[in-house]
Design a protein around this ligand. Structure first.
Ligand SMILES: NC(=O)c1ccc[n+]([C@@H]2O[C@H](COP(=O)([O-])OP(=O)(O)OC[C@H]3O[C@@H](n4cnc5c(N)ncnc54)[C@H](OP(=O)(O)O)[C@@H]3O)[C@@H](O)[C@H]2O)c1
Length: 345
């Protein structure tokens, strides 16, 4: 196999020993459906262009978003049509999922100066996806940064989705030290990072999620915890400076009534009424977080400073991608589920 063309690209001399046929392993899906549509296959090795980076993926998070792409079932309905047109009307256009990963640079295109072979990096593939494979090619301009030195590849792969989105929203919330922040969905990939980032900003945090995640979320920095399966936070009399909500089913109007004067409500997973309201009400913010190299570099620094800790629940070999997705779908996890590309067992 020719992973790279040596005359045009700076390469690692080492190549995978058993990959001489031009193919590499990847978890693929060719139709929308349950976890069992995922299977391991040989796919043509991706070839980088002049402005690209060829990355050996070591681990990728199996995210809620990946499960949504796979099944094409969304609790936020308005997103269905535009996304379906983008992703593939009858079948997925991109057969390899995986938006968030950690790995090593194998080679770079001749116009790339930011990276060199051997660099350990992590990042977000955006709508290119493709990180559920042994190798992925991304433009060097993608959200890629040095992997935190104090995290394993699996731990680092669990950062970019949650970390980038949480950092974006916590900054938009302009949290001041001592403010009281309510985080709904605090045990999810984005929520668990939001708890840690809000904590680093000096906030007092009330977290809402399933009771099985209480210990996990408290360990990350939540002061108070509400189990949504047994209690309704909107009837508990709390008042908040910031409410960060990742749950589409949340009672939006009642939550707005819980804001302190000057309070801000931010929703990362908005239904249509919330989206419309955000256009006319300054204290309501909805957004799709831009995922940038600058923010990822900030996250690396926060991790190395001990402000953000690993949130891995379980690591599965890529051959068990269906089981990994089942764990995410059925929400038995406490933290992030990760696929390891290091073992095909
Ligand atoms: N705005 C953006 O830019 C953006 C970016 C990426 C993703 N998203 C979307 O954001 C969503 C969440 O992302 P994620 O990766 O953080 O998902 P996630 O890991 O599944 O987290 C969601 C969390 O909310 C909990 N939850 C469910 N119902 C709840 C309720 N009524 N009250 C409180 N907590 C509840 C879930 O717990 P259970 O175990 O009980 O279900 C889970 O812990 C996804 O649907 C994704 O598509 C938005």
């Amino acid at each position: 196999m020719c992973l790279v063309r040596a005359s045009r690209y700076t390469t690692l001399t080492e190549r995978p020993a058993n990959r001489s046929d031009g193919f590499v392993k990847a978890v693929v899906y060719t139709r929308y459906g349950g976890p069992d549509v995922l299977h391991l296959a040989d796919v043509p090795a991706p070839v980088p262009g002049d402005r690209d980076v060829l990355i050996r993926v070591r681990a990728a998070e199996a995210t809620k978003s990946d499960c949504e792409f796979r099944s094409f079932r969304y609790s936020v309905k308005w997103i269905w049509l535009p996304l379906r047109i983008t992703v593939g009307v009858f079948r997925p256009r991109r057969r390899i999922l995986g938006g968030y990963f950690a790995g090593e640079v194998v080679s770079v295109g001749e116009r790339v100066t930011r990276f060199a072979p051997g660099h350990q990096i992590y990042g977000a593939a955006g709508l290119h996806l493709g990180a559920y494979g042994e190798y992925v090619v991304l433009p060097a301009s993608a959200a890629l940064a040095a992997k935190p030195k104090n995290m394993t590849f699996a731990e680092a792969a669990a950062v970019p989705l949650g970390g980038l989105n949480a950092l974006h929203f916590m900054r938009r919330a302009t949290i001041k030290a001592g403010e009281h922040v309510l985080i709904i969905g605090a045990g999810g990939s984005i929520g668990a990072h939001a708890v840690q980032i809000a904590r680093s900003m000096g906030a007092r945090i009330t977290a809402v999620d399933h009771g099985i995640k209480e210990e996990f979320v408290r360990r990350l920095g939540a002061d108070d915890f509400v189990d949504y399966t047994t209690a309704d936070v909107t009837t508990m009399g709390g008042r908040f400076d910031v409410i960060f909500d990742m749950v589409p089913a949340s009672p939006f109007r009642r939550l707005l009534g819980m804001l302190q004067p000057g309070g801000r409500y931010l929703n990362g997973n908005p239904r249509l009424p919330v989206l419309l309201r955000s256009a006319t009400t300054p204290r309501v913010t909805t957004a799709f977080a831009p995922e940038t190299t600058e923010d990822l570099t900030t996250l690396t620094a926060m991790i190395e400073a001990g402000q953000i800790r690993p949130i891995v629940d379980r690591v599965y070999p890529m051959s068990e991608a269906a089981a990994a997705h089942r764990r995410v779908d059925t929400e038995q996890r406490v933290g992030a589920v990760v696929l390891s590309m290091d073992s095909l067992d």
